[in-house]
Design a protein around this ligand. Structure first.
Ligand code: SAM
Length: 228
């Protein structure tokens, strides 16, 4: 049976180069590497998982699909799943918080020396991921924003290269900021509502908390060109 991907994972898959040697960190059911192998899109994959349950389900799915020669399922923390002999060219990390993704990249940065592309899908704190990329000479070459099941996801694609991002680019995404798609606007208008509500709850005497929230509100208003 062919593996089917969610719109979110299918968008991640779209950015995996033809013939890549992939490491999918936090692979859970191994759906992403299975799909890519079935489509003849990749040469080899490591499916890394740190938790027993998801590791076992990845292992079982890969064995049942008869793809154990092309997908190596490994129980390991982050990029510790990867060895030099694997000659990994692309790393995907999807469906985790941005802080955790940045921590995984930081802990495994020695494994990234010959990696050509990172495809990252943080569920939140995208700015933490962008900050890590800039600090470690990865340049964002593409970004996607999409909605699925009432959730909005961002996907960041990066390759080696120096870049510098402004505060707005770190928060909103250098490519997403230019595109300003309907989904982008929806995400940030929702965030604006949340912040306006939060501001109402903060007592007037807590001036520094209020001004921090007000600054965030102002930044979004400026980017979206909406008035107060
Ligand atoms: N990547 C899949 C996706 O996007 O649909 C699965 C996402 S699932 C929500 C996150 C997975 O990452 C879980 O299976 C979890 O066990 C795994 N994970 C979390 N931290 C990890 C780490 N440090 N190393 C490897 N896997 C990790």
């Amino acid at each position: 049976m062919e593996t089917r991907l969610s719109k979110r994972l299918a968008t991640v898959a779209d950015y995996v180069p033809q013939g890549a040697r992939l490491a999918d960190v936090g692979s859970d059911h191994a759906y992403l590497p299975l799909f890519l192998v079935e489509q003849d899109r990749i040469e080899f994959a490591v499916a890394g998982e740190v938790v027993q349950g998801p590791y076992q389900s990845a292992l079982q799915n890969v064995e049942q699909a008869g793809q154990s020669d092309k997908i190596s399922v490994r129980l390991a923390n982050g990029l510790a799943a990867v060895e030099q002999v694997d000659r990994i060219s692309t790393v995907t990390i999807a469906g985790m918080g941005g802080r955790l993704i940045a921590d995984i990249l930081e802990a495994g940065k020695d494994k990234l020396v010959s990696v050509e592309r990172l495809i990252l899908q943080p569920n939140n704190r995208e700015d933490d991921v962008r900050r890590w990329l800039v600090a470690h000479d990865f340049q964002i070459i593409a970004e996607e924003i999409l909605e699925e099941n009432d959730k909005i996801y961002e996907i960041l694609v990066a390759e080696k290269g120096k870049s510098d991002l402004t505060a707005d680019q770190l928060r909103f995404g250098p490519c997403l900021l230019i595109d300003q798609s309907a989904t982008f606007q929806k995400k940030w208008l929702k965030e604006l509502d949340k912040l306006a509500y939060a501001l109402e709850q903060v007592p007037l005497e807590r001036q520094s908390d209020r001004s921090a929230i007000s600054q965030k509100i102002q930044q979004i208003q400026e980017v979206l060109h909406v008035s107060k």
